[in-house]
Design a protein around this ligand. Structure first.
Ligand code: HEM
Length: 280
């Protein structure tokens, strides 16, 4: 993994358990070292990079994931248990696993990821390299929706917030470039971002969402935002609600795009967009 530009160089070293020769017993960030195991999931890689689970990303049991998710992201026990048991079941694994095992294509892992390329045909595991062009496209999707922000679309990242409609825009963009997702994987893809929208939600001006700089740091470098501290326990019901609103936003944006393409012109010669709001 490449180091963020503001990070001092780190000599190559070995990780054992949650400790790190550089970070010691703290939760300071240290990226994967040679031989460490990582997945296509930014949340789980971040847990390892901050020592909330074994820093080498290996031999992880159900309890390791549950306690790491709770300690790091302040997830409620039901949400942490649901994600971890759900993960093991979908992976069809009932013994300890390495982070790399989680990226088995077609189990939890799916095409049309936000910051990873699709799994090349014939490969069993998804790429774990972060594509930084895709990271910037994701951040740009949030800025597109920032017209109402305190300083308009040109506002700095700190003021630019990502919400469900921005995630919907990004998911539509990525899903256009990949083979269609089945219903289960489309739901998983929405759920992944729904969790973090809940964990980091904050307010700026009229908009509520997650600072895009936090998203860039986390999804681009698998590092926790420096200026974030938990404000609430993130629950399962809230995540379900957020995933639903991403789906509704996707339906609305797709309908609007379709209507725009059809170039519906009313008698007065004006473009008329009739978008029916899907029922929640
Ligand atoms: C705080 C909890 C979690 C959050 C916020 C989260 C978030 C995310 C996000 C945003 C992605 C998309 C990356 C991309 O599109 O490039 C992702 C991918 C993934 N996550 Fe997680 N995740 C969480 C927990 C878990 C757990 C517990 C598992 C499994 C045990 C898991 C497995 C995966 C896998 C396999 C992918 C790859 C999906 C893909 O193909 O893009 N995640 N996660």
């Amino acid at each position: 993994m490449s180091l963020p530009s503001d990070h001092p160089a780190i000599d190559v070293h070995t990780h054992k358990g949650k400790e790190c020769p550089v970070a010691g017993k703290t939760h300071a960030w240290c990226p994967a070292q040679p031989g460490d195991s990582r997945s296509p999931c930014p949340a789980l890689n971040t847990l390892a990079n901050h020592g909330y689970i074994a820093r080498d990303g290996k031999k992880l049991g159900l309890f390791d994931l549950v306690s790491g998710l709770k300690a790091c992201y302040n997830l409620s026990t039901p949400l942490a248990v649901f994600l971890s048991i759900g993960g093991f079941v979908l992976l069809r694994r009932f013994s300890k696993l390495n982070l790399h095992d989680i990226g088995r294509h077609g189990r939890i892992e799916h095409d049309a990821s936000l910051v990873h390329r699709d799994t090349p045909s014939g490969e069993q595991y998804a790429p774990i390299d972060i594509n930084h062009e895709l990271v910037e496209e994701l951040v740009a999707d949030a800025k597109t929706g920032d017209e109402d922000g305190p300083e308009g679309p040109e506002a700095g990242d700190q003021r630019s917030l990502m919400d469900a409609s921005d995630v919907a825009r990004a998911r539509i963009r990525r899903e256009k470039d990949s083979p269609p997702l089945d219903a289960v994987h489309a739901e998983i893809a929405r759920g992944e971002m729904a969790i973090i929208l809940g964990v980091w939600e904050t307010k700026a001006g009229k908009k509520t969402g997650v600072p895009t700089e936090w998203i860039r740091e986390w999804i681009g470098h698998e590092r926790l935002p420096k200026d974030w501290a938990p404000t609430h326990v993130q629950g399962l019901k809230d995540v379900v609600k957020r995933a639903k609103s991403i789906r509704v936003e996707m339906d609305e944006q797709r309908l609007a795009e379709k209507a725009e393409k059809a170039d519906v012109v009313d008698e007065a010669g004006q473009v008329e967009l009739v978008v029916e709001k899907p029922k929640l």
